[in-house]
Design a protein around this ligand. Structure first.
Ligand code: NA7
Length: 547
C-alpha cells in the first residue's frame, strides 16, 4: 500500500467508538492536543452496546462501576436506574459522554478500516477505509472490542432457510417481533441465557438448541433508589481505587475462607445466602478456592446442579440442563433472570444438540435427531471469534509488510496485551494478553487508555519516533500468561477464552488471568523502568528481526 497524494495526515488513528475509542479520542485530543480521528463501522457510538440489542441484553457488572471514572462530575450526576445496567441505558450513557465531551466531531461513522500498514521509511501507519479514505498517522490504536466479530456457525443449509434469522451481536435496531412466532435459539452462553427468558414471554413456542449446559446464578436484578446511589457517590474515590487494584475490576474484598475447611452445613448456608442475594457474589464472595481448586469448585458446581433439579419441574429437562462436563466458572460465569425457570413454561422446549447435533437447516427450520423443528425465526446466540477475530478482519501489517494474522497464526503473541513486536507505534486497548474480558471492562479500558496516552506523551516529549515491543519481552510475557492460565480452571473447559468455539482456531488461553491489580502493577513497573521491554527510537528504525 503506498500513500497517494490525497492522504490525510494525522497524529493518531483510533479504531472503534465504544468505551475504548471514546476515551482514547478524549485523551489524545484534549490532554495531548493531538489531531486524531476514530473510525467506527456503526452509525453511532456505543461499540458492544450499539450492536448487541437483543432482548434482555444487560451488563453483569453493577451499573455504578460500569462507567468511566475519569469524569468525576458525571459520576456524581448520572443516575443509573437498575442494579445492572441494561443495554439501552448504557447506550444512552455513552451517547451522553460523546456529546458532553464533544467527541463526535473526531469520529467518522459508517466507516470500516480495511487495512493499516506500517511504513518503515517514515515510521507512520498508512490506514485505508472502505470509504476510500487514506490516512497517514504516527500512532495506530485499536479499540475494536474483544467480542465484536460475531460468529454464525457454518451449518449446512442456512442459505435455504425461508424464515428470518439474526445473530445476537448484530441485532436490528427496530427490534424483532416474536409475538406468536415459532422461534429457535441456538446457543446458551451469556447472550442466550439473557435472551431466552424474554423471548419465551413473547414467542408462540420457543425451542432452545443447547450444546453445552451452563451454570448460571440468579442476578436478582432490581431497580436502585437514589439513597443507594448517593451512598455510593459519597465514596466513589475509594470504590474506584478498590476496583483498580482488585482481581476482576470490581470493588470486592477477596474472601479468605476455604470451601474445603467449611462443614457441609456451613457451605450450604453460605451458598444459599449468596444464591438469594444474586450476582457474581456467589463466585467471588463464597470461598476463595471455588475458582482455584477443583474439589472446592465441585461443592459449588454441585450446589448449582441441585438448584437446577429443584427449579426445573420436568426431570428429563432438568437432567439435560445439568452442566457436568466442565467446572463452574471455567467458562464465562453467568448471571441470569429466570433462566432455569423458563423451562417450566409450556411454550418452551429444550433440544439437546450435544447428543444429536444439528444436521442441517432446512427451508422450514432446523433438523436434528431425525426431527425437523419448524421455525419462523432463528436466533444465533452463538458468540464471537473472541479477542483476535476483529483483528483478523483487518489487513494489519507491521515491519517488512508482515501480517498480524500471520504473527498470531498459532495464537496471539503480544507484550502486555498492549503492543506487538514488529508493529511499532501500534497499541491495542484491552488486547489479548491483558486482563480484558476477565475484568470489568471500563476499569481495564481506562487503565490501558491512560497507559497508552502516557506512553505517547513520553514519546512526544522526548522526540521518539517509534516505540516497539522487544521480541524477547513479548515471548516472556506470552509464556507468563500461559503459566498463570495453567494454574487456573479456565483450561478445563472448551470456551471462547481458548478459542475453542471457532473450528480450527489454535487452543491458546487469550486473556491474562492474574487480575487487574497485579497487571496494573506490572504495567506501572514497565514505565518506572524506562519502558522496560520496549525499544524507543529517535530516528528511523532499521528493519529488525522481530518474529
Ligand atoms: P458464547 O458465550 O460464546 O456462547 C455461545 C453459545 O453458542 C454457546 O452455548 C455455544 O455452545 C453455542 N454454540 C456456538 N457454536 C455453536 C454451534 N456451531 N452449534 C451449536 N451451538 C453453538 O457467546 P455469547 O454471545 O453468549 O457471550 C459472549 C460474551 O459476550 C459473554 O461471555 C460476555 O462476556 C459477553 P458451546 O458452549 O460452545 O458448546
Amino acid at each position: 500500500m503506498t500513500a497517494p497524494a490525497t492522504t490525510k495526515e494525522l497524529d493518531a488513528v483510533v479504531l472503534g467508538a465504544g468505551f475504548a475509542g471514546l476515551y482514547m479520542v478524549k485523551r489524545l485530543r484534549d490532554m495531548l492536543g493531538m489531531s486524531v480521528r476514530a473510525f467506527e463501522t456503526g452509525d453511532n457510538v456505543g461499540g458492544t452496546w450499539y450492536w448487541n440489542r437483543y432482548p434482555g441484553a444487560r451488563c453483569d457488572s453493577p451499573s455504578y462501576i460500569y462507567c468511566f471514572s475519569f469524569d468525576k462530575e458525571l459520576l456524581q450526576e448520572w443516575e443509573w436506574s437498575g442494579k445492572y445496567p441494561e443495554q439501552p441505558e448504557i447506550l444512552r450513557y455513552l451517547n451522553h459522554v460523546a456529546d458532553r465531551h464533544d467527541l463526535r466531531k473526531d469520529i467518522q461513522f459508517n466507516t470500516k478500516v480495511t487495512a493499516a500498514h506500517f511504513d518503515e521509511n517514515t515510521n507512520r501507519w498508512l490506514v485505508e477505509t472502505d470509504n476510500g479514505d487514506r490516512i497517514s498517522a504516527k500512532y495506530f490504536i485499536t479499540g475494536i472490542g474483544c467480542l465484536s466479530a460475531g460468529q454464525v456457525p457454518n451449518i449446512k443449509g442456512l442459505e435455504t432457510y425461508q424464515g428470518d434469522w439474526y445473530h445476537t451481536g448484530s441485532w436490528p435496531h427496530d427490534g424483532v417481533d416474536f409475538e406468536g412466532k415459532r422461534v429457535g435459539v441456538i446457543g446458551t452462553g451469556s447472550s442466550g441465557i439473557q435472551a431466552i427468558p424474554v423471548i419465551a414471554e413473547q414467542a408462540g413456542h420457543l425451542y432452545v438448541f443447547q450444546r453445552t449446559p451452563q451454570y448460571t446464578v440468579p442476578a436478582r436484578h432490581e431497580t436502585v433508589d437514589k439513597a443507594f446511589l448517593d451512598e455510593i457517590k459519597s465514596r466513589y474515590d475509594e470504590i474506584w481505587d478498590k476496583a483498580r487494584w482488585s482481581q476482576g475490576g470490581q470493588p470486592i474484598d477477596p474472601v479468605e475462607r476455604s470451601a474445603l475447611d467449611a462443614t457441609p452445613e456451613e457451605r450450604q448456608q453460605i451458598y444459599e445466602e449468596l444464591w438469594k442475594e444474586g450476582g457474581h457474589g456467589f463466585l467471588f464472595g463464597s470461598f476463595w478456592d471455588v475458582a482455584a481448586d477443583r474439589r472446592a469448585n465441585d461443592t459449588a458446581s454441585e450446589f448449582i446442579r441441585e438448584k437446577i433439579r429443584e427449579i426445573v419441574k420436568d426431570p428429563d429437562t432438568a437432567e439435560k440442563l445439568l452442566p457436568v462436563d466442565h467446572p463452574f466458572a471455567s467458562k464465562r460465569p453467568l448471571i441470569d433472570t429466570n433462566y432455569y425457570e423458563t423451562y417450566n413454561r409450556d411454550n418452551v422446549t429444550l433440544v439437546d444438540i450435544r447428543h444429536d447435533p444439528i444436521e442441517e437447516i432446512t427451508p422450514k427450520g432446523v433438523r436434528t435427531g431425525g426431527e425437523e423443528y419448524e421455525l419462523d425465526i432463528i436466533v444465533f446466540a452463538t458468540g464471537f471469534d473472541a479477542m483476535t477475530g476483529a483483528f483478523d478482519r483487518i489487513d494489519i501489517r507491521g515491519r517488512q509488510g508482515y501480517p498480524l494474522r500471520e504473527k498470531w497464526s498459532e495464537g496471539p503473541k503480544t507484550y502486555l496485551g498492549v503492543a506487538n513486536a514488529g508493529f511499532p507505534n501500534m497499541f491495542m486497548i484491552t488486547g489479548p494478553g491483558s486482563p480484558s474480558v476477565l475484568s470489568n471492562m471500563p476499569v481495564s479500558i481506562e487503565q490501558h487508555v491512560e497507559w497508552i496516552s502516557d506512553a505517547i506523551d513520553h514519546m512526544e516529549k522526548n522526540g521518539y519516533q517509534a516505540m516497539e515491543a522487544d521480541p524477547d519481552a513479548e515471548k516472556e510475557w506470552v509464556e507468563h500468561v500461559n503459566e498463570v492460565a495453567d494454574q487456573t480452571m479456565f483450561t478445563l473447559a472448551d470456551s471462547w477464552y481458548l478459542g475453542a468455539n471457532i473450528p480450527g482456531k489454535p487452543r491458546v488461553f487469550m486473556p491474562y488471568p492474574a487480575g487487574v491489580g497485579i497487571y496494573r502493577e506490572k504495567c506501572d513497573e514497565v514505565v518506572a523502568n524506562g519502558y522496560e521491554g520496549f525499544h524507543l527510537e529517535t530516528k528511523q528504525a532499521e528493519p529488525a528481526a522481530t518474529r
